[in-house]
Design a protein around this ligand. Structure first.
Ligand code: HSE
Length: 341
């Protein structure tokens, strides 16, 4: 399986590290031997090598901040755009890991469309295209027998998409409620322990949880994007950002958090989705609410279903290897299905 990666920040490097460290196991256990043939970034440059890039050298070059430090080899190109690489006809999967834009989803959306037209499967951690154009991408993919996989877009590698679409197949999902942003949950947890907002946010950024622009996290937009993705994928809805009631944690002070604590309560940024709407709102929960004990960058979601009642999933919501794990899982799903047919 030949991969093109767009974006090589925290998640892209996580994917590369996982493919490197698990290469032997993936080959042995799943007969899966992926090669990264292209990487395009906004700040480090681009690399294209049809024979497969050397992952260790790719990771070291990324650490220096520029792919200029990647060693020369026969066939290596440094001048190709994402569009050139997709059009080159050598790749099987486009892995879209560039920063999320929830207003236009561009330029990622254009690359996703081009990739499907060119016969490439898609695996995304970028939330923009899935939040804003899920149904069109899905039907374009289906018409060509291609996969659109997006496990990484909600709760990192905690498998909410696969749980809903595969494990709970046959159940109608009526609503979803949970904690869907790791950065804000981390900040609220640290603030309750006495840390300042600024320091907690700086830590969340250093740990690789926050978006490239963390305003998206703290103002609730990242969680809102995930509500749109869930509404698209779980309910088949066509909700827009303007259908959601969105606020974040920026108005919550250390004093508010201390007052909640004194009253036996805790603030959580709660996201809700139903077929007709949704919301993201900082909410004071009693400590007896199971979501109140979900701490740090951990996320949780409860799906209300017709046959199973409430099903709750708790796990990592952000992070390098945690999100990289979702991409690996999607690539393995594509590999499994491709090999079964
Ligand atoms: N910034 C996001 C979060 C990353 O903190 O949850 C995972 O989508």
């Amino acid at each position: 399986m030949k991969l093109i990666l767009i974006g090589f920040g925290v998640v892209g490097q996580g994917v590369a590290e996982i493919l490197q460290s698990k290469a032997e196991q993936l080959e042995k256990r799943y007969q899966f031997a992926p090669a990264i043939i292209g990487v395009v970034t906004a700040t480090k440059g681009a690399l294209f090598q049809p024979a497969g890039l050397d992952i260790a050298a790719l990771l070291s070059a990324a650490q220096t901040g520029s792919f200029q430090h990647y060693p020369e080899s026969v066939g290596l190109r440094r001048d190709m755009t994402a569009s050139d690489m997709i059009g080159a006809g050598s790749a099987d999967v486009l892995v879209e890991l560039s920063p999320t834009d929830l207003e236009s989803a561009q330029p990622a959306l254009a690359y996703c469309r081009q990739a499907l037209d060119a016969g490439l499967h898609l695996a995304l951690a970028n939330k923009g295209p899935v939040a804003l154009d899920y149904h069109n991408l899905r039907s374009k993919a289906a018409a060509r027998g291609l996969h659109l996989r997006c496990e990484a877009t909600v709760m990192a590698g905690t498998p909410v998409m696969q749980m809903a679409e595969e494990a709970l197949a046959g159940c109608a999902i009526q609503a979803a409620r949970g904690i869907l942003n790791g950065t804000t949950n981390y900040i609220l947890t640290r603030m309750e322990e006495g840390m300042s907002y600024a320091e907690a946010l700086a830590q969340a950024q250093a740990l690789g949880y926050a978006e490239a622009d963390p305003a998206g996290d703290v103002e609730g937009w990242d969680a809102a994007g995930k509500v749109l993705i869930l509404a698209n994928a779980l309910f088949g809805s066509r909700l827009k950002m303007s259908d959601l009631d969105v606020s974040g944690i920026t108005d919550i002070s250390s004093e508010d958090i201390a007052a909640a604590k004194a009253a036996g309560q805790r603030y959580k940024l709660i996201a809700q989705a139903t077929p007709n709407g949704g919301s993201v709102k900082a909410t004071r929960l009693p400590l007896s609410d199971p979501l109140a004990s979900v701490a740090g960058s951990t996320n949780a979601i409860t799906l209300e279903t017709d046959l199973m009642g409430a099903v709750t999933l708790i796990g990592a919501g952000a992070g390098k290897l945690e999100t990289g794990s979702a991409i690996l899982s999607d690539l393995l799903a594509i590999h499994r299905i491709a090999n079964a047919t």
